[in-house]
Design a protein around this ligand. Structure first.
Ligand code: BGC
Length: 421
């Protein structure tokens, strides 16, 4: 067995043990949580009334002011890692000018994490960009990768004593597809040529930022977070079976191939599956659930074995350490989250038993959050938020996850599908 992942059958079922030192936690991002007033592409588009979301981001969850409460709550729930992102528009509100107050604020955030024993995984870019990037043509500008790398280097220089694990860009392919290709997100540069061009800039930005961050802090661990989907042909469709491999390449390997050799780890972010037909048709949506299949409040099929597919494939192809940096569901009633966590972890454990070097699992998300074009309705949080009072309430599933975090072990029945030979 590889990776220190062990399994033992006992009277109450199969005990799946994760290796010592495996990181357990959850995630947030700047724009979806912090709230507040600053000039990034999303906030500017919102001000101009261009975003067709139910509700405006406004104060979001007020994480900017309540980070200490949320981080402490996460620590009480047994988390020892947390993904956060830094808002570029706060740190560099005008091109070339670093805002010392913003840096001081993020330092405070990281210090609270350190104090309560939570290891930060800091993302430099999670979908939003400063408004001034417009003068460079947003992510279509030739000079933008270099400008981003300079900013990423500044982060490591100013926050690097408090954080050793970094991620350059969150899901560049998704940003290229939505902000450019389909043009549904700011900066609404619709068209496949722009989608491809933005994608090329974002990939280059990662590679340059990686080099810059390692130059400044050679000891830092720097990676990238990539959206992944399980690619399963729709039942009974022969053509879909035939094109599964190229569809899988397009959906899961294209981004990772470009950053090969320029990353210390891969952050795998997994939610559900997509058929080859949808991938080639650029449908931009996950599969619809099959008849009777469990689904999240977003309507996405709950498909735990897909996490095994994407982790196994990434490990086989790249042999680079993996963190699952996002995996979760919208589930307002909290009736499915416990089973979701158990089943996804069971399949992840299978990939690890087969040798995949997985170092941590971060559930998305720590608390409820602003879900981009879907507004505040989808409830992704382990901790619920009442948006009228901003009161935080720990959901029962967070208690279930707490036991896993503390014990480093998931218990499943002996006939769990992930244990099948
Ligand atoms: C994004 C998050 C988002 C989550 C759920 C991921 O693709 O990184 O910002 O909230 O999916 O849709």
């Amino acid at each position: 067995m590889g990776s220190g992942a062990l399994m033992e059958y006992r009277d109450d079922g199969a005990h799946l043990r994760f290796p010592r030192g495996f990181l357990w936690g959850s995630g947030t991002s700047a724009y979806q949580f912090e709230g507040g007033d600053y000039r990034c592409d999303w906030s500017e588009s919102e001000r101009r009334g261009e975003i067709r979301a139910p509700g405006r981001v406004g104060q979001a969850t007020d994480f900017w002011n309540r980070f200490s409460e949320d981080i402490r709550l996460a620590a009480e729930l047994g988390h020892d890692a947390m993904k956060i992102s830094v808002e570029w528009a706060r740190v560099e509100p005008d091109e070339g000018c670093i805002d010392q107050d913003a840096i001081a604020h993020y330092r405070e955030m990281l210090m609270v994490m350190r104090e309560v024993g939570i290891r930060p995984i800091v993302v430099a870019h999670h979908f939003t960009s400063p408004a001034w990037l417009e003068s460079h043509g947003w992510w279509l500008g030739n000079d933008v990768p270099g400008i981003f790398a300079r900013y990423a280097g500044q982060l490591v220089e100013r926050l690097g004593d408090l954080a050793d694990t970094w991620c350059t860009i969150n899901e560049p392919a998704l940003l290229a597809a939505f902000g450019y290709g389909t043009g549904k997100w700011p900066p609404f540069r619709k068209g496949w040529p722009t989608g491809l061009a933005a994608y090329a800039r974002l990939s280059r930005a990662h590679n340059l930022a990686y080099a810059e961050m390692k130059r400044i802090a050679p000891q830092a661990t720097v990676g990238i977070c990539l959206n992944s989907v399980a690619v399963r042909p729709a039942p009974g469709k022969r053509l879909e079976r035939l094109v599964r491999a190229p569809a899988n390449w397009l959906a899961n390997f294209r981004a990772a191939d470009i950053v090969r050799g320029h990353t210390d780890f891969l952050g795998v972010q997994y939610y559900s599956r997509m058929s080859p037909g949808r991938i080639f048709g650029a449908v931009g949506r996950l599969d619809d659930p099959g008849e009777g299949e469990a689904r999240t409040d977003m309507g996405w099929p709950i498909f735990p074995s897909g996490l095994y597919d994407v982790v196994r494939d990434a490990w086989k192809r790249y042999g680079t350490p993996i963190y699952v940096t996002e995996n979760g569901l919208a589930d307002a009633r909290d009736t499915q989250r416990e089973g979701f966590i158990r089943d996804h972890l069971a399949w992840l454990h299978r990939a690890m038993r087969e040798g995949a070097d997985v170092r941590g699992y971060l559930h998305w998300a720590t608390t409820d959050n602003f879900e981009w074009l879907h507004g505040f309705e989808p409830r992704f949080g382990l901790i619920g938020i009442d948006y009228d009072t901003l009161e935080r309430t720990v959901r029962p599933s967070a208690r279930y996850y707490e036991r896993i975090c503390r014990e480093g072990e998931v218990i499943v029945t002996e006939n769990h599908p992930s244990l099948a030979p």
